[in-house]
Write a protein that binds this ligand. Sequence first.
Ligand code: RIB
Length: 305
Amino acid sequence: MKKIVVLGSINVDTILNISHLPQPGETMHMQDRSTAGGGKGANQALAAVRAGADTAFISKIGKDHAADFMMKTFEEDGLNLDHVTFSETEGTGKAYILLQDGGQNSILVYGGANADVTVEDVDAAKDVIKDADCIIAQFEVPIPAITEAFKIAKENGVLTFLNPAPAPSRRDIPDELLGLTDIIAPNETEAEIITGVHVDSDESMQAAAKAMHDMGIQTVLITVGSKGSFYSFASGKTGFVKAFKVNAIDTTAAGDTFVGALMAKLNTDMSNIEEAMTYANKSSSITVQTKGAQNSIPYEKQVEL
Ligand code: RIB
C-alpha cells in the first residue's frame, strides 16, 4: 500500500449560499448557511486515505468544540493522527466559503491553529516522513515548516508534492522550497503567480510548465477546473486528461480530492500518470456533486472506472 504523509491545514468551513458576490456597499440575503469540515490539508489527507493509501497527517488544531468533531472524522477514516497536535493559544482554523449558484466558490481563510505549525512539529514527525513514499503540502501552514519537511523527505528519497494553494505572491515562495519540490500542482492562477505566464491555452500551459521545470521541478501538473488537467515531465513528455462532465453543486475541495486521490494511485516512477489522473478526475467529479468539503470526498468503492 502507498504510504503518504500530508502536512497541512484543518479548517471549519462555514458555507454561505448566495446568488452572486455582493458589490461594495451592498447588503444581501443569503439563501442558506451551513458548516462542514475542511482545510486543504485535511481534505487532501482524507482523499488519500479514502483512495486506499496508508496516510499520516501533520497538522495543528485548537482545543475547542470544532476539534472534537473534526478529529472524530479523521479517526473514523483511519488517518494516522500521531502528529496532529493542539495549539495552546489558537482555535481551529476557519474558512468562510461564498458559494454561488452553479457551484463556483470564493474562500476567505483565517489560519488560527494552522499558523502555529512549526519546524519543531515537523522534526517530531521525522520518522513518519522518512518512512513514506511521498509527502504532500499546501500553503495553509507556514512555509518554514513545509521547507523543513521537504528537506527531510529529499534526504531520505521521499517524493515531495507541492500544491501551491492558496498562492502567496511569488516573492513569498522561496526558491529553496521550489528547488526541493519533485511534483507541483497549481491551478492556472497559481501557475501564473509562480511563473508570470498567463495560462489560457495549450501553448501557455507548456510555457508555464517549462518555467517550473527550469526551477528544478521534475513533474508539473496544471489543473484547469472543469476542463481537466495537464501534465508535463522535465524529460519532455506532456499530456492532457479530460475531466468528467457532471452537474457541479459545490466545487469546494475538488482540487484537494484530485491531489489526494492522484497521489494514492500514482506510481513513484510516474509510469501510470494518465491512469492515476483519470482516477483523480473521477474522484473530483464526485466531490463536486455534494455540498461541503470532507463529507463529499469519495471512497475508493464509489470511484468505479
Ligand atoms: O480547498 C478547499 C478548502 O480551502 C476548504 O475546505 C477551506 O477550508 C479552504 O482551506
